[in-house]
Write a new protein. Structure first.
Ligand SMILES: CC(C)(COP(=O)(O)OP(=O)(O)OC[C@H]1O[C@@H](n2cnc3c(N)ncnc32)[C@H](O)[C@@H]1OP(=O)(O)O)[C@@H](O)C(=O)NCCC(=O)NCCS
Length: 149
């Protein structure tokens, strides 16, 4: 879904520096969550204000990633709910997320979490390529996302 060249160029050092800068901005810290297993971070999620001026959704889930071996154990749900709760505590009650159109696993997850399909767009990844993304939205995240059946 993302060109190999780009992925091969990613380094832990670069991203470590980027995260350190991001988390030093105090407001981001309150909207970033990690999940640990046996004292090791196995996933994270980050959210904040919606970034494109959407008239309907004020909050956004910017990113959520779990190591493959930590997936499908409820951590994703807990992380999204933690971000949504943090937004609500700041008075933001709606949220959207953008995901690669071809990331069918993540799309199934957002649908399971009660996200409603919104629209598609092209995103300039800023590294010489474009990706097709789709968005999902939650109009009201007060009281949690989709309830378990
Ligand atoms: C997508 C991701 C965050 C989901 O987190 P997770 O911990 O695996 O999901 P959970 O175990 O919390 O699942 C929550 C619900 O979604 C469902 N679900 C999760 N992944 C699913 C999938 N691939 N297909 C169908 N349903 C899925 C679960 O069955 C569960 O339903 P339940 O509560 O009724 O049992 C995680 O798999 C991940 O990090 N993937 C790689 C990175 C990525 O694609 N991030 C999204 C970028 S926008």
């Amino acid at each position: 879904m993302v060109p190999d060249d780009y992925l091969d160029g990613m380094t832990a050092e670069d991203h470590g520096r980027r995260w350190a800068r991001l988390l030093a901005q105090g407001d981001n810290l309150a909207l970033t969550f990690v999940v640990e297993e046996a004292g090791r971070v196995v996933g994270f999620a980050m959210g904040g204000a919606e970034r494109e001026g959407d008239p309907r959704f004020q909050g956004e889930l910017y990113a959520i990633y779990l190591l493959q071996e930590a997936q499908r154990r409820g951590h994703g749900r807990a992380l999204v709910e933690a971000v949504a709760d943090a937004l609500v505590r700041r008075g933001v009650t709606s949220m959207l997320v953008w995901v690669l159109r071809d990331n069918l696993a993540a799309r199934a997850f957002y649908e399971r979490m009660g996200g409603v399909f919104l629209r598609e767009h092209d995103l300039d990844f800023g590294a010489g390529f474009r990706v097709r993304e789709v968005s999902y939205g939650w109009d009201d995240v007060r009281g949690g996302l989709a309830q378990r059946c």
